[in-house]
Design a protein around this ligand. Structure first.
Ligand SMILES: Cc1ncc(COP(=O)(O)O)c(C=O)c1O
Length: 478
């Protein structure tokens, strides 16, 4: 039995596939493929469909992606080639140390590089992401205090400019979070800090440079104040890219820090994983590091589990190994001199954008910025234009919008992080687009209010979506 049927597979006007013609195939007694309602398309049609979908995706490989606080730098292709080597890609984590010498050495060497740039004697690459590194570090802080029978400490101090993962991490470790306000320069308000700091303080989680793109000049004073009360200074090192090669965190009075490998060392971003989180610490915290440690005995390497005071394992196997291969490839290519250039160029690029746009957009903090610059919509509100309108209009110019409305302490914040991998030409084109948008805000505000005009998905009513969410399950419900 053979019949011919027609089917419009996706039913969408924009990417509608040509009518597919397929022959029914017997699947079982009395059952045909047409009865299963499976889409029938030719190979060419399906290739075109998925290629069209892939062209809707936006990434660093397709355009400028100045998403503040995310450090969307270019991920060199050679990283992928190295991680794809069959000796790495096909390596099984259950293989014993004798068969794992190459992989253990690679992790060990990555640790050596990170010891050099951070200055910390103790470290681990076991966590799978930045936030996982935070959790590891705060668990170590907790173990440190408990080991001293210092059981009263329950307060974790967190600046009001912090990333949301900081208070979440402190809460997961059972601590109360106490917000510390920022001062007029965007740093920690020292007087407010002194008012909440006492012998019940576990420590402070401080992002350096902070999410306003600013370096807190009082870092040494903050560290001193904390240590006087027996508390620890934790550095959220997610923004290490800005100071890489310029300053060692261990020299700033920091006790423990995390780094997101994907933000500084050019590995793919992936929503909490597949990431890589490094934790470094001073010698007094070394006993509490995660249980799996890579040690060098003579010329060979092994995993060591003999750490009685350790917080235990934070992962089943050691790290996201593929991420470490990529990061190590990047480190090798940078070398010592290249490492010193990263932070400088990242800071230069952000300040270049800041200087050229200062007459067009309001800048809440006037001092030199680090890796990112925060603007807001104060100059545009007179034309009824918001940060959201500016961000959406940038899509029409071919850019991924910057981070908006974060950090929360800046009203209408628009945070631009160009990274060091962008050329001056790219920055100039982006600046031109931002200038054009500032002009449009004055003369044709409706153009911005209805933007984006070129994207497949137009402006959604986010207020309505938040108030009346329509939750649909596409897996099992129809
Ligand atoms: C300042 C800061 N802290 C923590 C994190 C969390 O890192 P992850 O996304 O790797 O979990 C981020 C993420 O970008 C960050 O910017």
């Amino acid at each position: 039995m053979q019949t011919i049927f027609e089917k419009s597979v996706l039913g969408r006007s924009q990417y509608q596939l040509p009518v597919a013609i397929a022959a029914e195939i017997e699947l079982g007694e009395g059952m045909t493929r047409s009865m299963l309602d499976l889409p029938e398309v030719s190979e060419l049609d399906i290739v075109r469909h998925y290629t069209a979908l892939s062209q809707r995706s936006f990434g660093v490989d397709t355009g400028f992606y100045p998403l503040g606080s995310c450090t969307m730098k270019y991920n060199p292709r050679i990283n992928e080639a190295m991680a794809g080597l069959k000796e790495f890609a096909q390596f099984h984590p259950w293989q014993d140390d004798a068969d794992s010498q190459g992989t253990l050495e690679l992790i060990y060497r990555t640790q050596e590089y990170l010891t050099e740039v951070t200055g910390f004697p103790g470290l681990t690459l076991e966590p799978a992401a930045g936030a996982h590194g935070e959790l590891t570090a705060v668990m170590m802080m907790k173990a440190y205090h408990l080991d001293r029978n210092d059981t009263q400490r329950r307060k974790m101090l967190i600046p009001d400019s912090a990333h949301g993962t900081n208070p979440a991490t402190a809460a997961m470790c059972g601590f109360d979070t106490v917000e510390v306000p920022s001062d007029a320069q965007g740093g920690v308000d020292l007087e407010k800090l002194k008012a909440v700091l006492d012998e019940k303080t576990v420590g402070m989680m401080l992002t350096i440079p902070n999410t306003l793109g600013l370096f807190d000049r009082n870092i040494l004073e903050i560290s001193k104040l904390l240590h006087e009360k027996g508390a620890l200074l934790y550095m959220d090192g997610a923004n290490l890219n800005a100071i890489l090669g310029a300053v060692k965190p261990a020299k700033m009075g920091v006790d423990v820090m995390h780094i997101n490998l994907h933000k500084t060392f050019s590995t793919p971003h992936g929503g909490g994983g597949p990431g890589g989180g490094f934790v470094g610490c001073v010698s007094s915290l070394v006993p509490y590091l995660p249980a799996q440690r890579i040690v060098k005995d003579g010329d060979s390497f092994r995993l060591d589990f003999s750490a009685p005071k350790s917080i235990g394992r934070v992962r089943a196997f050691y790290s996201n190994f593929g991420v470490i291969v990529r990061a190590y490839t990047y480190m090798l290519r940078l070398g010592k001199e290249g490492t010193k250039r990263i932070g400088r160029y990242a800071v230069l690029n952000a300040n270049y954008i800041k200087a050229r746009l200062k007459d067009f957009y309001n800048i809440p903090f006037q001092q030199h910025c680090m890796h990112e610059v925060v603007f807001n919509d104060e100059k545009q509100t007179q034309y009824h234009i918001t940060t959201m309108d500016i961000a959406k209009r940038l899509i029409d110019f071919g850019y991924h919008p910057p981070t908006i409305y974060f950090p929360l302490i800046v009203h209408g914040s628009l945070m631009v992080e160009p990274t060091e991998t962008e050329s001056k030409e790219t920055l100039d084109e982006f600046i031109d687009a931002m200038m054009k948008i500032a002009e449009e805000a004055k003369v044709t505000p409706e153009l911005l209010q209805r933007a984006p005009h070129s994207a497949a998905v137009k402006r959604v009513d986010s207020v309505k979506a938040a108030r009346n969410p329509v939750v649909v399950c596409n897996t099992c419900c129809t």
